[in-house]
Ligand binder design. Sequence first.
Ligand code: FAD
Ligand code: NAD
Length: 404
Amino acid sequence: MKRPTVVVLGAGYGGLSVITKLQKLISADDADIILVNKNDYHYETTWLHEASAGTMHHNKVRYDIGGVLDKGKVTFVKASVENIDTAAQKVITDRSEIAYDHLVVGLGFEGETFGIPGLKEHAFSIANIKAARQIREHIEYQFATYSLEEVKDPSRLTIIVGGAGFTGIEFLGELGERIPELCEEYDINPKAVRLLCVEAAPMVLPGFDKELVDYAVSYLESKGIEFSIGTPVVEATPEGVKIKKGEDVFEEIKANTVVWAAGVRGNAVIEKAGFENMRARIKVDPDLRAPGHNNVFIVGDCALMINPEIDRPYPPTAQIAMQQGAHVAHNIAAMLKGEELEPFTPSLKGTVCSLGGNEAIGEVFGRKITGKRAAIMKKVIDNRALLIIGGPGLVFKKGKLNMI
Ligand code: FAD
Ligand code: NAD
Protein backbone atom coordinates (compact mmCIF):
# COMPACT_ATOMS: atom_id res chain seq x y z
CA MET A 1 0.00 0.00 0.00
CA LYS A 2 1.26 3.52 -0.84
CA ARG A 3 2.45 5.52 2.13
CA PRO A 4 0.49 8.73 2.77
CA THR A 5 2.27 11.99 1.92
CA VAL A 6 2.41 14.77 4.52
CA VAL A 7 3.36 18.14 3.01
CA VAL A 8 4.40 21.04 5.26
CA LEU A 9 4.50 24.53 3.73
CA GLY A 10 6.89 27.03 5.32
CA ALA A 11 10.00 26.45 7.44
CA GLY A 12 9.31 29.15 10.02
CA TYR A 13 8.63 28.56 13.70
CA GLY A 14 5.36 26.76 12.98
CA GLY A 15 6.46 24.60 10.04
CA LEU A 16 9.82 23.57 11.51
CA SER A 17 8.16 22.71 14.83
CA VAL A 18 5.81 20.35 12.97
CA ILE A 19 8.69 18.74 11.08
CA THR A 20 11.17 18.33 13.93
CA LYS A 21 8.48 16.84 16.20
CA LEU A 22 6.87 14.64 13.53
CA GLN A 23 10.19 13.12 12.44
CA LYS A 24 10.58 11.89 16.03
CA LEU A 25 7.02 10.58 16.32
CA ILE A 26 6.72 8.46 13.19
CA SER A 27 8.86 5.93 11.33
CA ALA A 28 9.93 6.26 7.68
CA ASP A 29 7.37 3.57 6.77
CA ASP A 30 4.45 5.53 8.22
CA ALA A 31 4.49 8.44 5.76
CA ASP A 32 6.51 10.43 3.24
CA ILE A 33 7.13 13.88 4.68
CA ILE A 34 7.88 16.81 2.36
CA LEU A 35 8.88 20.26 3.58
CA VAL A 36 8.51 23.16 1.10
CA ASN A 37 10.15 26.55 1.76
CA LYS A 38 11.20 29.35 -0.57
CA ASN A 39 14.74 29.47 0.86
CA ASP A 40 17.04 26.66 1.94
CA TYR A 41 17.51 28.48 5.24
CA HIS A 42 15.27 29.26 8.20
CA TYR A 43 15.46 32.74 9.69
CA GLU A 44 14.61 33.77 13.23
CA THR A 45 11.79 36.18 12.45
CA THR A 46 11.95 37.37 16.06
CA TRP A 47 15.47 38.71 15.43
CA LEU A 48 14.73 40.54 12.17
CA HIS A 49 14.61 43.98 13.85
CA GLU A 50 18.28 43.45 14.77
CA ALA A 51 19.27 42.57 11.19
CA SER A 52 17.20 45.52 9.91
CA ALA A 53 18.92 48.03 12.17
CA GLY A 54 22.33 46.47 11.52
CA THR A 55 23.08 45.53 15.12
CA MET A 56 23.32 41.86 14.07
CA HIS A 57 24.58 40.45 10.76
CA HIS A 58 21.82 38.70 8.82
CA ASN A 59 23.86 35.49 8.59
CA LYS A 60 23.65 35.18 12.36
CA VAL A 61 19.85 35.29 12.06
CA ARG A 62 19.56 32.34 9.66
CA TYR A 63 20.57 28.68 9.55
CA ASP A 64 20.49 25.82 7.08
CA ILE A 65 17.19 23.94 7.12
CA GLY A 66 19.00 20.70 6.18
CA GLY A 67 20.80 20.75 9.52
CA VAL A 68 17.63 20.10 11.52
CA LEU A 69 16.02 17.52 9.23
CA ASP A 70 16.10 13.73 9.57
CA LYS A 71 16.88 13.13 5.90
CA GLY A 72 15.78 9.49 6.14
CA LYS A 73 12.24 10.73 6.81
CA VAL A 74 11.93 14.24 5.36
CA THR A 75 12.47 15.48 1.81
CA PHE A 76 13.15 19.20 1.47
CA VAL A 77 11.90 21.07 -1.60
CA LYS A 78 13.16 24.61 -2.16
CA ALA A 79 10.28 26.31 -3.95
CA SER A 80 7.89 29.20 -3.62
CA VAL A 81 4.27 28.18 -3.00
CA GLU A 82 1.93 29.94 -5.42
CA ASN A 83 -1.39 28.29 -4.68
CA ILE A 84 -3.11 25.31 -3.05
CA ASP A 85 -5.74 23.26 -4.88
CA THR A 86 -7.60 21.64 -2.01
CA ALA A 87 -10.04 19.81 -4.32
CA ALA A 88 -7.20 18.12 -6.21
CA GLN A 89 -5.06 17.84 -3.02
CA LYS A 90 -2.01 19.47 -4.55
CA VAL A 91 0.28 22.41 -3.92
CA ILE A 92 1.30 24.56 -6.88
CA THR A 93 4.81 25.98 -6.60
CA ASP A 94 7.02 27.98 -8.98
CA ARG A 95 8.88 24.76 -9.75
CA SER A 96 6.41 21.88 -9.67
CA GLU A 97 3.13 20.57 -8.30
CA ILE A 98 3.19 18.47 -5.15
CA ALA A 99 0.36 16.08 -4.26
CA TYR A 100 -0.56 15.61 -0.62
CA ASP A 101 -2.73 13.44 1.60
CA HIS A 102 -2.24 15.67 4.65
CA LEU A 103 -1.21 19.33 4.44
CA VAL A 104 0.14 21.79 6.99
CA VAL A 105 0.19 25.49 6.06
CA GLY A 106 2.76 27.54 7.98
CA LEU A 107 3.56 30.30 5.48
CA GLY A 108 3.77 33.08 8.06
CA PHE A 109 2.82 36.75 7.89
CA GLU A 110 2.92 39.73 5.56
CA GLY A 111 2.90 43.41 6.58
CA GLU A 112 -0.62 44.90 6.82
CA THR A 113 -1.00 48.28 5.11
CA PHE A 114 -4.79 48.66 5.71
CA GLY A 115 -5.04 50.08 2.20
CA ILE A 116 -3.20 53.27 3.26
CA PRO A 117 -2.05 54.93 0.01
CA GLY A 118 1.64 54.91 -0.84
CA LEU A 119 2.81 52.48 1.85
CA LYS A 120 3.47 49.55 -0.48
CA GLU A 121 5.54 51.76 -2.78
CA HIS A 122 7.36 54.04 -0.32
CA ALA A 123 7.75 52.22 3.01
CA PHE A 124 9.93 49.32 4.12
CA SER A 125 8.56 46.37 6.09
CA ILE A 126 10.52 44.13 8.47
CA ALA A 127 9.05 41.10 6.75
CA ASN A 128 11.89 38.66 6.03
CA ILE A 129 15.66 38.47 5.84
CA LYS A 130 15.96 40.06 2.39
CA ALA A 131 13.81 43.01 3.47
CA ALA A 132 15.86 43.36 6.68
CA ARG A 133 19.10 43.44 4.69
CA GLN A 134 17.64 46.11 2.38
CA ILE A 135 16.58 48.32 5.34
CA ARG A 136 20.05 48.12 6.88
CA GLU A 137 21.75 48.94 3.56
CA HIS A 138 19.31 51.78 2.83
CA ILE A 139 19.88 53.49 6.19
CA GLU A 140 23.63 53.20 5.85
CA TYR A 141 23.49 54.63 2.32
CA GLN A 142 21.57 57.67 3.62
CA PHE A 143 24.29 58.33 6.20
CA ALA A 144 27.08 57.86 3.66
CA THR A 145 25.40 60.19 1.15
CA TYR A 146 24.60 62.86 3.77
CA SER A 147 28.23 62.93 4.83
CA LEU A 148 29.44 63.92 1.34
CA GLU A 149 26.60 66.24 0.29
CA GLU A 150 27.54 69.92 -0.14
CA VAL A 151 24.01 71.02 0.68
CA LYS A 152 22.79 68.78 3.49
CA ASP A 153 19.34 67.22 3.12
CA PRO A 154 17.98 66.59 6.67
CA SER A 155 15.39 64.08 5.41
CA ARG A 156 18.28 61.66 4.73
CA LEU A 157 18.77 61.39 8.47
CA THR A 158 15.07 61.27 9.35
CA ILE A 159 13.75 57.79 10.05
CA ILE A 160 10.05 57.29 10.69
CA VAL A 161 8.75 54.08 12.24
CA GLY A 162 5.02 53.59 11.70
CA GLY A 163 3.45 51.73 14.64
CA ALA A 164 4.52 51.46 18.28
CA GLY A 165 3.60 47.79 18.66
CA PHE A 166 6.25 45.28 19.71
CA THR A 167 7.95 45.23 16.29
CA GLY A 168 8.17 49.03 16.07
CA ILE A 169 9.46 49.37 19.64
CA GLU A 170 12.06 46.59 19.28
CA PHE A 171 13.31 48.12 16.01
CA LEU A 172 13.57 51.58 17.60
CA GLY A 173 15.53 50.02 20.47
CA GLU A 174 18.06 48.64 17.98
CA LEU A 175 18.24 51.97 16.14
CA GLY A 176 19.04 53.59 19.49
CA GLU A 177 22.19 51.41 19.51
CA ARG A 178 23.04 51.62 15.83
CA ILE A 179 22.62 55.34 15.08
CA PRO A 180 25.50 56.50 17.35
CA GLU A 181 27.75 53.95 15.56
CA LEU A 182 26.71 55.27 12.14
CA CYS A 183 27.25 58.88 13.28
CA GLU A 184 30.75 58.02 14.36
CA GLU A 185 31.51 56.07 11.21
CA TYR A 186 30.28 58.85 8.87
CA ASP A 187 31.42 61.87 10.97
CA ILE A 188 27.87 63.08 11.53
CA ASN A 189 26.66 65.11 14.50
CA PRO A 190 24.04 62.89 16.27
CA LYS A 191 21.86 65.99 16.69
CA ALA A 192 21.28 65.97 12.92
CA VAL A 193 19.47 62.62 13.17
CA ARG A 194 15.73 62.43 13.80
CA LEU A 195 14.09 59.15 14.89
CA LEU A 196 10.32 59.44 15.06
CA CYS A 197 7.75 56.80 15.95
CA VAL A 198 4.18 57.52 14.82
CA GLU A 199 1.41 55.61 16.58
CA ALA A 200 -2.34 55.73 15.83
CA ALA A 201 -3.53 54.55 19.26
CA PRO A 202 -3.46 56.84 22.32
CA MET A 203 -0.50 54.95 23.82
CA VAL A 204 2.70 53.12 22.94
CA LEU A 205 2.31 49.28 23.03
CA PRO A 206 -1.48 49.51 23.25
CA GLY A 207 -2.89 47.11 25.85
CA PHE A 208 0.45 46.39 27.56
CA ASP A 209 1.15 47.17 31.23
CA LYS A 210 1.31 50.98 31.70
CA GLU A 211 4.23 50.94 34.13
CA LEU A 212 6.31 48.87 31.70
CA VAL A 213 5.28 51.06 28.76
CA ASP A 214 6.34 54.20 30.67
CA TYR A 215 9.71 52.55 31.37
CA ALA A 216 10.16 51.75 27.67
CA VAL A 217 9.16 55.22 26.48
CA SER A 218 11.42 57.08 28.88
CA TYR A 219 14.34 54.77 28.04
CA LEU A 220 13.85 55.24 24.28
CA GLU A 221 13.37 59.01 24.70
CA SER A 222 16.70 59.10 26.55
CA LYS A 223 18.19 57.68 23.34
CA GLY A 224 16.76 60.62 21.38
CA ILE A 225 13.69 58.85 19.99
CA GLU A 226 10.54 60.99 19.59
CA PHE A 227 6.96 59.70 19.78
CA SER A 228 3.90 61.10 18.05
CA ILE A 229 0.95 59.36 19.71
CA GLY A 230 -2.69 59.26 18.60
CA THR A 231 -1.63 60.46 15.14
CA PRO A 232 -2.23 57.78 12.49
CA VAL A 233 -0.20 57.69 9.31
CA VAL A 234 -2.70 58.33 6.51
CA GLU A 235 -0.40 58.38 3.49
CA ALA A 236 3.16 57.65 2.45
CA THR A 237 4.75 59.61 -0.39
CA PRO A 238 8.19 59.59 -2.03
CA GLU A 239 9.08 62.46 0.38
CA GLY A 240 7.86 60.92 3.65
CA VAL A 241 4.51 60.52 5.41
CA LYS A 242 1.34 62.43 6.13
CA ILE A 243 -0.07 62.03 9.63
CA LYS A 244 -3.45 63.01 11.04
CA LYS A 245 -3.16 65.25 14.11
CA GLY A 246 -6.82 66.09 14.60
CA GLU A 247 -10.10 66.64 12.80
CA ASP A 248 -8.96 67.91 9.38
CA VAL A 249 -5.46 68.63 10.75
CA PHE A 250 -2.64 66.91 8.91
CA GLU A 251 1.14 67.19 8.99
CA GLU A 252 3.59 66.12 6.32
CA ILE A 253 6.94 64.90 7.60
CA LYS A 254 9.86 64.57 5.23
CA ALA A 255 11.86 61.39 5.68
CA ASN A 256 13.95 59.27 3.34
CA THR A 257 13.35 56.20 5.49
CA VAL A 258 9.87 55.02 6.51
CA VAL A 259 9.62 51.62 8.14
CA TRP A 260 6.08 50.30 8.42
CA ALA A 261 5.59 48.17 11.54
CA ALA A 262 1.89 48.73 12.11
CA GLY A 263 0.54 45.21 12.05
CA VAL A 264 0.52 41.93 10.19
CA ARG A 265 -1.81 39.71 8.17
CA GLY A 266 -1.48 36.11 7.04
CA ASN A 267 0.13 34.93 3.80
CA ALA A 268 -1.64 35.94 0.55
CA VAL A 269 -1.60 32.27 -0.57
CA ILE A 270 -4.41 31.66 1.96
CA GLU A 271 -6.65 34.14 0.11
CA LYS A 272 -5.62 32.86 -3.30
CA ALA A 273 -6.42 29.26 -2.37
CA GLY A 274 -10.00 30.25 -1.54
CA PHE A 275 -10.04 29.38 2.18
CA GLU A 276 -12.54 31.33 4.26
CA ASN A 277 -10.29 33.89 5.94
CA MET A 278 -9.95 37.15 7.82
CA ARG A 279 -6.98 39.18 6.58
CA ALA A 280 -5.45 35.99 5.15
CA ARG A 281 -5.78 34.13 8.46
CA ILE A 282 -7.99 31.07 8.87
CA LYS A 283 -10.14 30.75 11.99
CA VAL A 284 -9.08 27.21 12.80
CA ASP A 285 -11.05 24.40 14.42
CA PRO A 286 -9.97 23.43 17.97
CA ASP A 287 -7.68 20.68 16.57
CA LEU A 288 -6.03 23.31 14.29
CA ARG A 289 -7.64 22.11 11.06
CA ALA A 290 -9.13 24.51 8.51
CA PRO A 291 -12.93 24.33 8.76
CA GLY A 292 -14.34 22.02 6.09
CA HIS A 293 -10.90 20.60 5.27
CA ASN A 294 -10.26 17.42 7.26
CA ASN A 295 -6.73 16.98 5.96
CA VAL A 296 -5.47 20.60 6.15
CA PHE A 297 -3.86 21.99 9.32
CA ILE A 298 -2.88 25.64 9.79
CA VAL A 299 -0.10 26.82 12.13
CA GLY A 300 1.48 30.13 13.09
CA ASP A 301 0.49 33.52 11.73
CA CYS A 302 -1.83 32.03 9.08
CA ALA A 303 -4.00 30.61 11.89
CA LEU A 304 -6.56 32.69 13.79
CA MET A 305 -7.62 31.53 17.24
CA ILE A 306 -9.97 33.33 19.62
CA ASN A 307 -8.92 33.68 23.27
CA PRO A 308 -12.20 32.83 25.04
CA GLU A 309 -11.19 34.84 28.16
CA ILE A 310 -11.32 38.14 26.26
CA ASP A 311 -13.21 37.05 23.13
CA ARG A 312 -10.45 38.45 20.93
CA PRO A 313 -7.85 36.73 18.73
CA TYR A 314 -4.60 35.59 20.32
CA PRO A 315 -1.79 37.79 18.96
CA PRO A 316 0.23 36.03 16.27
CA THR A 317 3.49 35.08 18.00
CA ALA A 318 6.38 32.67 17.63
CA GLN A 319 5.51 31.32 21.06
CA ILE A 320 2.08 30.15 19.86
CA ALA A 321 3.34 29.10 16.39
CA MET A 322 5.83 26.66 17.96
CA GLN A 323 3.25 25.20 20.34
CA GLN A 324 0.81 24.78 17.46
CA GLY A 325 3.50 23.10 15.37
CA ALA A 326 4.27 20.51 18.05
CA HIS A 327 0.55 19.93 18.57
CA VAL A 328 -0.13 19.41 14.86
CA ALA A 329 2.73 16.88 14.71
CA HIS A 330 0.97 14.90 17.46
CA ASN A 331 -2.37 15.18 15.69
CA ILE A 332 -0.93 14.02 12.36
CA ALA A 333 0.77 11.06 14.07
CA ALA A 334 -2.59 10.24 15.69
CA MET A 335 -4.39 10.55 12.35
CA LEU A 336 -1.92 8.17 10.69
CA LYS A 337 -2.66 5.62 13.43
CA GLY A 338 -6.43 6.17 13.12
CA GLU A 339 -6.60 7.73 16.60
CA GLU A 340 -8.63 10.73 17.82
CA LEU A 341 -7.26 14.27 17.37
CA GLU A 342 -6.69 16.48 20.41
CA PRO A 343 -7.84 20.11 20.75
CA PHE A 344 -5.12 22.74 21.14
CA THR A 345 -4.86 25.23 24.01
CA PRO A 346 -1.92 27.66 24.05
CA SER A 347 0.16 27.89 27.19
CA LEU A 348 1.16 31.54 27.45
CA LYS A 349 4.36 32.17 29.38
CA GLY A 350 4.45 35.97 28.94
CA THR A 351 6.01 38.62 26.71
CA VAL A 352 9.43 40.25 26.73
CA CYS A 353 10.11 43.27 24.50
CA SER A 354 13.71 44.21 23.80
CA LEU A 355 14.71 47.88 23.93
CA GLY A 356 18.19 47.30 22.48
CA GLY A 357 21.51 46.63 24.19
CA ASN A 358 20.97 45.46 27.75
CA GLU A 359 17.49 46.89 28.13
CA ALA A 360 14.06 45.28 27.86
CA ILE A 361 10.67 45.13 29.53
CA GLY A 362 8.53 42.09 30.13
CA GLU A 363 5.81 40.21 31.93
CA VAL A 364 6.82 36.62 32.52
CA PHE A 365 4.66 34.14 34.45
CA GLY A 366 2.67 37.17 35.70
CA ARG A 367 5.76 39.05 37.01
CA LYS A 368 6.99 42.36 35.63
CA ILE A 369 10.67 42.68 34.75
CA THR A 370 12.76 45.52 33.34
CA GLY A 371 16.37 46.39 32.47
CA LYS A 372 19.19 43.87 32.36
CA ARG A 373 17.10 41.09 33.92
CA ALA A 374 14.51 41.43 31.17
CA ALA A 375 17.21 41.64 28.48
CA ILE A 376 18.74 38.38 29.74
CA MET A 377 15.30 36.76 29.78
CA LYS A 378 14.80 37.81 26.14
CA LYS A 379 18.04 36.10 25.16
CA VAL A 380 17.00 32.97 27.07
CA ILE A 381 13.71 32.95 25.13
CA ASP A 382 15.55 33.45 21.82
CA ASN A 383 17.93 30.57 22.62
CA ARG A 384 15.05 28.35 23.73
CA ALA A 385 13.52 28.51 20.25
CA LEU A 386 16.82 27.28 18.78
CA LEU A 387 17.04 24.55 21.42
CA ILE A 388 13.53 23.23 20.76
CA ILE A 389 14.02 23.06 16.99
CA GLY A 390 17.70 22.19 16.60
CA GLY A 391 18.97 21.02 20.00
CA PRO A 392 22.05 22.23 21.94
CA GLY A 393 24.27 22.13 18.81
CA LEU A 394 22.20 24.85 17.17
CA VAL A 395 22.25 26.96 20.35
CA PHE A 396 26.07 26.81 20.40
CA LYS A 397 26.23 27.71 16.71
CA LYS A 398 23.64 30.47 16.48
CA GLY A 399 22.58 31.29 20.02
CA LYS A 400 22.91 34.54 21.97
CA LEU A 401 25.49 33.22 24.39
CA ASN A 402 26.85 36.55 25.55
CA MET A 403 24.27 37.22 28.24
CA ILE A 404 25.63 40.48 29.66
P1 FAD B 1 7.46 32.58 9.95
O1 FAD B 1 8.34 32.32 11.10
O2 FAD B 1 7.41 33.96 9.41
O3 FAD B 1 7.86 31.59 8.78
C1 FAD B 1 7.20 31.52 7.54
C2 FAD B 1 8.10 30.74 6.59
O4 FAD B 1 7.40 30.53 5.36
C3 FAD B 1 9.40 31.46 6.23
O5 FAD B 1 10.47 30.56 6.26
C4 FAD B 1 9.15 31.97 4.81
O6 FAD B 1 10.35 32.07 4.05
C5 FAD B 1 8.25 30.87 4.27
N1 FAD B 1 7.39 31.32 3.17
C6 FAD B 1 6.61 32.43 3.14
N2 FAD B 1 5.93 32.49 1.98
C7 FAD B 1 6.29 31.39 1.27
C8 FAD B 1 5.91 30.88 0.00
N3 FAD B 1 5.03 31.51 -0.79
N4 FAD B 1 6.48 29.72 -0.42
C9 FAD B 1 7.38 29.07 0.35
N5 FAD B 1 7.78 29.50 1.57
C10 FAD B 1 7.23 30.64 2.01
N6 FAD B 1 6.87 36.55 18.49
C11 FAD B 1 7.20 36.11 19.74
O7 FAD B 1 6.54 35.19 20.26
N7 FAD B 1 8.23 36.67 20.44
C12 FAD B 1 9.00 37.64 19.92
O8 FAD B 1 9.94 38.12 20.58
C13 FAD B 1 8.71 38.12 18.62
N8 FAD B 1 9.48 39.07 18.05
C14 FAD B 1 9.23 39.47 16.77
C15 FAD B 1 10.07 40.42 16.19
C16 FAD B 1 9.84 40.86 14.90
C17 FAD B 1 10.77 41.87 14.29
C18 FAD B 1 8.74 40.34 14.16
C19 FAD B 1 8.49 40.80 12.75
C20 FAD B 1 7.90 39.39 14.73
C21 FAD B 1 8.13 38.94 16.03
N9 FAD B 1 7.32 37.98 16.64
C22 FAD B 1 7.60 37.53 17.91
C23 FAD B 1 6.22 37.35 15.89
C24 FAD B 1 6.72 36.02 15.28
O9 FAD B 1 7.94 36.25 14.59
C25 FAD B 1 5.71 35.39 14.34
O10 FAD B 1 4.50 35.23 15.04
C26 FAD B 1 6.25 34.02 13.87
O11 FAD B 1 7.39 34.21 13.06
C27 FAD B 1 5.19 33.25 13.11
O12 FAD B 1 5.72 32.00 12.76
P2 FAD B 1 5.30 31.29 11.40
O13 FAD B 1 5.91 29.95 11.40
O14 FAD B 1 3.83 31.41 11.19
O15 FAD B 1 5.94 32.20 10.26
P1 NAD C 1 0.87 45.06 16.26
O1 NAD C 1 -0.44 44.88 15.58
O2 NAD C 1 1.09 44.40 17.55
O3 NAD C 1 1.17 46.63 16.45
C1 NAD C 1 0.93 47.53 15.41
C2 NAD C 1 0.84 48.95 15.95
O4 NAD C 1 0.66 49.83 14.86
C3 NAD C 1 -0.34 49.16 16.89
O5 NAD C 1 0.11 49.81 18.04
C4 NAD C 1 -1.31 50.00 16.07
O6 NAD C 1 -2.10 50.87 16.87
C5 NAD C 1 -0.36 50.79 15.19
N1 NAD C 1 -0.98 51.30 13.95
C6 NAD C 1 -1.92 50.70 13.19
N2 NAD C 1 -2.26 51.51 12.15
C7 NAD C 1 -1.50 52.63 12.26
C8 NAD C 1 -1.40 53.82 11.49
N3 NAD C 1 -2.13 54.03 10.39
N4 NAD C 1 -0.50 54.75 11.90
C9 NAD C 1 0.27 54.57 13.00
N5 NAD C 1 0.18 53.47 13.77
C10 NAD C 1 -0.68 52.49 13.40
O7 NAD C 1 1.95 44.59 15.17
P2 NAD C 1 3.50 44.23 15.35
O8 NAD C 1 4.16 45.13 16.32
O9 NAD C 1 4.04 44.15 13.96
O10 NAD C 1 3.47 42.78 15.97
C11 NAD C 1 2.95 41.67 15.19
C12 NAD C 1 2.86 40.45 16.08
O11 NAD C 1 4.17 40.02 16.44
C13 NAD C 1 2.12 40.73 17.38
O12 NAD C 1 1.36 39.60 17.70
C14 NAD C 1 3.21 40.89 18.40
O13 NAD C 1 2.81 40.48 19.69
C15 NAD C 1 4.29 39.97 17.84
N6 NAD C 1 5.62 40.47 18.26
C16 NAD C 1 6.05 40.11 19.50
C17 NAD C 1 7.25 40.59 19.95
C18 NAD C 1 7.73 40.18 21.32
O14 NAD C 1 7.08 39.37 21.96
N7 NAD C 1 8.84 40.71 21.78
C19 NAD C 1 8.03 41.43 19.14
C20 NAD C 1 7.54 41.78 17.88
C21 NAD C 1 6.32 41.30 17.45
